[in-house]
Ligand binder design. Structure first.
Ligand SMILES: Nc1nc2c(c(=O)[nH]1)N[C@H]1C(S)=C(S)[C@@H](COP(=O)(O)O)O[C@H]1N2
Ligand SMILES: [Mo]
Length: 170
């Protein structure tokens, strides 16, 4: 009988345990309306050389939730959505700067380092409800303001872009 070394078996187990992740993270061509488009310095495209996300693609990513005080509401708000760093990894981002653009053409530069340093999320739910397009949705880039004193600084409020529709990686 063939004898498998312990190291070989452990390696096989690691590979098998990671395999489902690649399935979860694959970016299918959008079927529903595209809510977010990522372009520029990245390596994955599913539509016209860009990475286009419909709501299903955003919801398919591992969801991260936090409750935080904000500059906008008196009461703490619960936000849920994928971590920005997971989204950037999914599109194989290599840029150092994100030019984030909103539906109203408000644009702000977000350093890619923010995604590594903080649990920034692309929130698509506020207090367990989808964020309406007519308020701040469907996608709202938010920081866990209550978790780090520095996030109370104005610059992070400016980077908190709601109705986010595009990210250009530079
Ligand atoms: N989509 C969108 N996001 C935005 C803005 C905007 O005009 N549009 N303004 C930014 C700025 S400059 C700040 S300080 C905060 C708070 O905006 P407010 O002044 O409208 O409360 O949201 C940020 N996010
Ligand atoms: Mo502002």
């Amino acid at each position: 009988m063939i004898k498998f070394s312990r190291r070989w078996v452990v390696s096989l187990m690691v590979v098998l345990s990671l395999a489902p992740l690649s399935t979860v993270y694959a970016l299918d061509a959008p079927k529903g309306p595209v809510v977010l488009t990522i372009s520029g310095k990245m390596g994955v495209s599913n539509q016209d050389g860009k990475a286009a996300f419909d709501m299903a693609a955003l919801r398919a990513l591992p969801e991260h939730t936090f409750t935080t005080e904000t500059a906008w509401d008196k009461r703490p708000v619960k936000f849920s959505g994928p971590l920005l760093r997971d989204v950037l990894a999914l599109v194989k981002a290599s840029g150092t700067e994100l030019k984030a653009i909103a539906v109203n053409d408000y644009a702000v530069s977000v350093p890619a380092g923010d995604a590594k340093q903080f649990d920034v999320i692309l929130a698509h739910r506020m207090n367990d409800r989808d964020i309406p397009a007519r308020t701040k949705g469907p996608v709202f880039l938010v920081y866990p303001y209550s978790s780090h004193p520095v996030l109370k600084e104005k610059v992070y409020e400016e980077r908190s872009i709601w109705q986010l529709k595009a990210i250009e990686l530079k």
